[in-house]
Ligand binder design. Structure first.
Ligand SMILES: NC(=O)C[C@H](N)C(=O)O
Length: 315
């Protein structure tokens, strides 16, 4: 199987001055993840490395640069799924950890369960050798603080943000598919709010036969329609391509319940899927020596993988 890695940097409305940073970040992360596949690594390892790259990047709402809850704190959600076995690992409400996605993999592999939260999650992380940032609060950026202030002075809707959740889906030479998603959630959320990101079938899903998907967007809506699973399962049951089902179900969700969302994915044969009905969603994929990327609707650019990440302006 020809390996492919595809990822997104969040569905939402991105301002001109943030677009270039996001595109640079998704192209870089696609290359980071693809290198794992090119060296005969697993899809699981590739999605972890791609997501880690964006968790460390202040332009994304995951890890460093996560959005803030109403109290001004970073609380993050993440999940991962192995399409070969349907093994899953999810976590919610984690603080002061740069790479929640690595902890979600640990939950999947070593907790004996699928989903950990709260004190038990923290204890598990320490047991597995993870270190929390000291002093706390180091994942908070000035941009996130300003966004929280702007949200407090606005109508306090959760629907108008930049988004910025990150996610990746990969298929490796063996034909194994994995998907991973990581987020700080939505600006101004209540302490303890859980979004779609760690909910398997809503924010993340992978199965070698069906494909893999990572979601982003209005999580309080996405989880009502279990969008990741619904797209893949509907495509299978109707023998349609995942792309057209994704486009249709995104619009059906918004028409019925409101909100917008976006996703990236692969079908079981490794065909890429990019869909969003938000104004923007930074995405990129690498296949062979070529990276494709975009951010606005119908925006599609190609560049050799060894070229520097692009300079762009929004259309
Ligand atoms: N920006 C996002 O994609 C937010 C995420 N889906 C959530 O609701 O937590």
């Amino acid at each position: 199987m020809e390996p492919v890695l595809i990822l997104h940097g969040g569905a939402g409305t991105v301002s001109e001055d943030r677009a270039a940073g996001k595109l640079r970040g998704v192209v870089l992360a696609a290359r980071v993840g693809y290198q794992v596949l090119a060296a005969n690594g697993t899809a699981l390892e590739a999605v972890v490395q791609a997501v880690r790259s964006m968790e460390a990047d202040r332009f994304f709402n995951a890890g460093y640069g996560s959005v803030l809850n109403v109290d001004g704190d970073v609380e993050m959600d993440a999940s991962i799924m192995d399409g070969a076995t349907r093994a899953t690992g999810s976590l919610s409400g984690i603080r002061d950890l740069l790479h929640p996605i690595s902890l979600s993999r640990e939950v999947m592999l070593h907790s004996g369960h699928n989903f950990l939260i709260g004190e038990g999650l923290k204890a598990f992380a320490l047991e597995r050798g993870f270190r929390f940032l000291e002093p706390p609060g180091q994942l908070v950026t000035q941009y996130a603080k300003d966004s929280l202030e702007a949200w407090k002075e606005s109508d306090q809707s959760y629907r108008n943000g930049e988004g910025g959740t990150v996610g990746a889906v990969a298929i490796d030479e063996q034909g194994n598919i994995a998907a991973a998603t990581s987020t700080g959630g939505v600006t101004g959320k209540r302490m303890g709010r859980v979004g779609d990101t760690p909910i398997i079938g809503s924010g993340t899903f992978a199965d070698n036969a069906l494909g893999g998907i990572s979601l982003t967007g209005d999580g309080d809506i996405i989880m009502k329609v279990c969008l990741a699973f619904d797209v893949l399962r509907t495509a299978q049951l109707t023998s349609r391509d995942v792309q057209s089902v994704a486009d249709e179900l995104l619009d059906a969700m918004s028409a019925a319940l409101g909100g917008t969302a976006g996703l990236v994915g692969l079908d079981g044969a490794g065909n890429v899927v990019v869909a969003h009905n938000s104004q923007h969603m930074a995405w990129a994929y690498q296949r062979g020596d070529t990276v494709a990327y975009g951010i606005s609707k119908d925006d599609f650019n190609l560049q050799p993988a060894n070229e520097n990440p692009p300079f762009v302006s929004l259309v």
